[in-house]
Ligand binder design. Sequence first.
Ligand code: ZN
Length: 216
Amino acid sequence: MPELVFFSGTMDCGKSTLALQIEHNRSARGLVGMIFTRNDRAGEGKLSSRLGLVTDAVEVGEHADLYAHLVDHLSQGRRADYVIADEAQFLAPEQIDQLARVVDDLDLDVYAFGITTDFRSKLFPGSQRLVELADRVEVLQVEALCWCGARATHNARTVGGVMVVEGAQVVVGDVTGSPDEVGYEVLCRRHHRRRMTASTARAAALSPDVLPVSSA
Ligand SMILES: [Zn+2]
């Protein structure tokens, strides 16, 4: 039976690497995939991993109908044996419903990859819909670590190195080197709650203003 599978995890947990691995294994067996992505770090129409692998993908627009896209593709006599949707947290809930319909009505496996929660530890709408609809949810256990060494379970957004908890849900990190550069960092829950990123922890350790707590 074809399945809708949601591979979820934090940032840096190896989702895109696994997506590329699935794509590689299936194309080695002569299968053809339809690969969707949105806001990949390598730019429009790319699926890339931090390990430097990259493949072409269909960039999904905000209002794109993924089911209609596949029906159209297949009706032109072109092949699609399975579907990969990377950065699925950025898809609209309706687009996740369209992926479920691809499984049920077109009999294709759909592998969706996404970050579960945003920088405020709230579910992304696309991820929420995947949790609701998926036949299986696989939580990726690649060990992403907080700066303290604990397992990183939460995503933090930083602006100029300082963790923020307000702002738009989707802001793609930049690499401009400007002082208000938006970045992301994975943290354990404890340090996410305390808003302690690697750089604030380092600054606190070096600062003469931070005195050891007296037990007196
Ligand atoms: Zn920590």
